[in-house]
Design a protein around this ligand. Structure first.
Ligand code: ZN
Length: 257
């Protein structure tokens, strides 16, 4: 048989319309990221249930002679009205979806990506507008672990000295790189010609802030980030690491600035 029906459970992530007026929506499920075609005009009932940030069981028709997967049925399991609370809430969800798409669902770890998206969408409801502005950074920071890109917070990524050793702090993250360097190694790189304007300060306050937010709920992490004196450095470090992981600028982060 060249064609078959299949069932999946997961999350609608991002939709766009083709020139012909058909819609393509990316669906994240443990089996991977599926680009689904929804045929029919704006009044189609499939189209109204297949909205971004909806958790659903779906039925698709796959024609193995061509690439397309056609959405044929949707059974909505959960919606996340918190996403609509404010522009900041929507931006956080959209940015997280952008990051999942750009990293091909964390380099193929779709189950982890799905679990983290659902965690964000469930918790975003409980955030105020100000806290929601930090939700995307918290999501990005929490994802770097599963991606294998979380830098060592205890030791210099170049010489291996503990940051607690004398003369090692404040360290630096060199923009575009994955490891945090101690003060001495950063100074050596500066002498070799790395511009100090592209170095982000990693002091003890920043270290504590980053460690704290990785382990906390979104509400607590947002409150910790909002009140930290190291907020600017922490956000700059997260942004630089996330854009390295995505191999380029993230549009949603650019909109925030
Ligand atoms: Zn070092």
């Amino acid at each position: 048989m060249a064609e078959r029906n299949e069932r999946y459970s997961g999350l609608f992530l991002h939709a766009h319309d083709t020139a012909r007026g058909d819609r393509i929506i990316n669906f994240l499920c443990p089996e991977g990221l599926l680009p689904l075609f929804i045929f029919g005009g704006p009044k189609s009932s499939l189209r109204s249930s297949a909205m971004p940030f909806t958790l659903a069981k779906i039925e698709v028709y796959r024609d193995s002679r061509s690439d397309f997967i056609k959405l044929t049925g949707v059974n909505v399991l959960e919606t996340f009205p918190g996403v609509q609370k404010s522009f900041a809430h929507m931006q956080a969800a959209t940015g997280a979806a952008e990051f999942v798409l750009r990293t091909s669902a964390f380099g193929g770890d779709s189950s982890e990506a799905l679990g983290m998206m659902i965690e964000l969408l469930r918790q975003i409801e409980g955030l105020g507008e100000r806290e929601a502005e930090f939700a995307l950074y918290i999501f990005l920071w929490k994802t770097l672990g599963p991606l294998g890109l979380a830098p060592d917070m205890e030791r210099c990524g170049r010489c291996g000295r503990a940051f607690s050793e004398r003369g090692c702090m404040p360290g630096r993250l060199l923009k575009g790189e994955q490891n945090i360097l101690c003060a001495r190694c950063a100074e050596e790189r500066r002498r070799e010609g790395f511009p100090s304007s592209a170095m982000i300060v990693f002091d003890e306050e920043t270290r504590r802030c980053l460690i704290a937010i990785a382990a906390q709920s979104y509400a607590r992490a947002a409150a910790a980030l909002a009140s930290s004196a190291a907020r600017g450095n922490s956000i700059a470090i997260i942004e630089s690491l996330a854009e390295s992981a995505a191999e380029g600028p993230l549009q949603t982060l650019r909109l925030f600035q």
